[in-house]
Design a protein around this ligand. Structure first.
Ligand code: ZN
Ligand code: ZN
Length: 168
């Protein structure tokens, strides 16, 4: 599914509605999240002053790994995003947030942008819970489940906390 750029540009100022559902979007490995289930994108598109403006509502469920213990962190997302696409040939400095489209294109596919937008609203270092104790750096034991037997001291170790307070 893609926006019909030709139609949009033929009738400047006319509002076209968008409703797209992606049953499954694949996420490149350089992104540190996955998507669970479908992604829904709805909203409006308008062509004005040679630019294409999109008002989108994006609904998706992202799965990340807890930055301390690697458990799944599931985030249901539902937010609104305003995008601006300027023609490539516009020259000069573009608004910082603007994307570009080619004047030769008849279609504008939103799909390549969706994963990046989702990545932009996710917590870079998610936690499964605010007080996640993480893994023992020595033996890998999940400290949320219980203390490990390897004898290593941990971040959450009360003795270490006292020491940290003293060093402040
Ligand atoms: Zn965790
Ligand atoms: Zn340990």
């Amino acid at each position: 599914m893609a926006l019909n750029l030709k139609k949009l540009r033929e009738v400047p100022g006319r509002i076209f509605s968008i409703h797209e559902v992606y049953p499954a979007l694949s996420v490149a490995p350089e992104h540190s999240f996955e998507l669970r289930g479908r992604v829904s994108v709805s909203g409006q598109a308008v062509h004005r002053d040679r630019a294409v403006f999109l008002d989108l509502r994006i609904q998706a469920t992202a799965v990340q790994k807890c930055s301390r213990c690697l458990a799944d962190v599931i985030s249901p997302l539902d937010w609104e995003e305003r995008l601006e696409f300027q023609p490539e040939e516009s020259g000069g400095l573009l608004e910082q947030e603007a994307f570009t489209y080619s004047l030769e294109d008849t279609e504008l596919s939103l799909q390549p942008y969706i994963v990046g937008l989702i990545g932009g609203v996710l917590e870079p270092k998610p936690l499964c819970r605010p007080d996640c104790k993480g893994l023992c750096p020595v033996c890998g034991q999940d400290l949320n489940v219980g203390e490990c037997a390897c004898g290593a001291r941990h971040e959450g170790d009360p003795r270490l906390r006292v020491l940290k307070e003293l060093l402040k």
